[in-house]
Design a binder for this molecule. Sequence first.
Ligand code: MN
Length: 712
Amino acid sequence: MTTVTQLIDKIKTYDPQADAELITSAYNFAMEAHQHQKRESGEPYFTHPVAVAMILTEMKLDVSSIITALLHDTIEDTRATLEQVKKKFGPEIVTLVDGVTKLTQIELQSLNRQQAENFRKLVLAMSNDIRVLLVKLADRLHNMRTLHHVGSEEKRKRIARETMDIYAPLAGRIGVHHLKDELDDLAFTQLNPEGRASIMSRLEFLRKEGENNVGNIIKSLKKLLKQNDIAVEISGREKTPYSIWLKMHRQNISFEQLADIIAFRVLVNTVEECYQTLGIVHSAYRVVPGRFKDYISTPKSNHYQSLHTAIIGPNQQRTEIQIRTHAMHEVNEYGVSAHWKYKQGASGQEGDEFRWLRGLLEILENAADPEEFLEHTKLEMYQDQVFCFTPQGDLISLPTGATPIDFAYSVHSEVGNHCVAAKINGRMVPLRTVLHNGDQVDISTSKAQAPSPTWERYAVTGKARACIRRYIRNQKREQFIELGRSMLQKNFKQDALEYSEKLIEQHLKDIGCASLEDLFALIGEGLKTSADIIRKIYPEHIHKRRLVPPLPSETTERKESEAEVSIKGLIPGMAIHYAGCCHPLPGDRIVGVVMTGRGVTIHTFDCDNLSKFADDPDRVLDIAWGDQQREEDGHVGRLHIILLNKVGSLANLTTMIGKNGGNIINLKIIHRTEEFFDLIVDIEVKDKQHLSTIIAAMRTASVVSSVERSRG
Ligand code: MN
């Protein structure tokens, strides 16, 4: 196992200022934390974090990343806590360790392969520091290198699958190609050992045949082109067994037909040089027929430009050569989506997103001071999205700030419309709770549940908001229809006229409505009055005007609606508001006023503001409080109090209200003289009786000069 001295020496080769003491302390901390644990291979567990740290030194990562690697499994697997790590190593490292720990916890979730892309985005979204992702990838790489020690074949295959679907593509995306290739190859070994073995033996044979092919070909190509005065940059490499297998698979061709087991890329300065180079290569080597493609004169739809050809190389081996300018190469590699479309065959528009990141990694490799550089490198990918799991392990992507309501609607609009409760990671939470990456969300539904207008405040997705709004609009219309119909019936009755919907239907055109329902809805909403309708149908009838609504007749009307509603005389569920002028309380005599488009506003019977509706008596409804008020429906009573301006009198007053079970929700001093405070206090109470008790208590107090309910 690598000793701490070896580790530090390695880091010092690229970062001479590295804090050896801190690294030693992390090394010892992790060793102690893992001391009794063993890996499946039987080795001490601690060899793993050290190996991960060593992988990162190869990438010349900063001291914080190395320490994070050493500590990366301590939180999940040992008794060590984030607080300890923070205390010992500071806020930066604890954030990184926490980030890697969270990624590890996500791994434990089941994975639906169709969701691989979402899962990759989740990992990126959670790696808000690029170092978190790099540590995670190195962790995975070491686990893959030692995967053969894992006893269960099923587990080995699952981990390999996950590596191939998630981590290798992520490594490729951020441009760490050697990591991607190794991850892919290790996974391939596990998933298709026979396939890999046959490709390997074939490669072995070819390698023996054409010794040091890559180097030879590069050398002779360079020499050839130099003779022709063309400055070139040539890169070539043997493809990995996995990428060969992939190509054979995708293009359904045999190994012999694969021209690009070895592929070369020739970069030149101008377009003319591309064609010149092609001519030179073609005249020097035998050309494989049918392999020439000119993507310069006719670029691919994703703007990819290059010349492709295949030749029989110096050792009789088929070799692919791609010729392009540096500028084309730049576009091909990093241009808008070009690279990813080409390589992944996906619809991705991700080229640009990753361009800067790859640029970053290039800088990183050459950076003089990786420490400082990395400190400012934040990954901000998919920060506008949050990814959550269903109990079945499906991933749902939502905008940041989304709540279980959004989650429910994105599963299905019916799930949304009937959701009653949510569990996040097994814990019951309010529906307004903001979701976090990796949360598992379990929605309970009930047939009886319906969306409430308050939900709209907690929803951020367009779908949820639209569904809630549509539902409420429909529901409101239904309420208005019922209300309008009952208002019309009542007014006909009051005027001693026969109520007949058939008769009204005959006048619909006259009234300007398409249907009876439309008419009722308009009346319910206060946009038309019963008087208008009566006038149309019984032109000779003189509509009696009443200034004050009649008292509810105790015997008849009250018994009609004995439902569990808090207010009688209204359609259950009808939108109601309590008037801010008179603050009606249960026990008060009340009337309702139909407000245009806003449902019904409830006033006390003697509210001063009712005179405003004297000319519009149809809008005033006879209503009464129901017999039972629900406990949770707090009502607000408003008091006008004149208080002696003495030390402690305000405290005295508030204590008195509290002692009597009142909850002050607003207190406003309107006027203050040397002798008196003039105040308005809003108190949440159960009903009129409750407020009367409080008023009575106040009146006994010496500091209270007068107290009265506010009347508008
Ligand atoms: Mn690990």
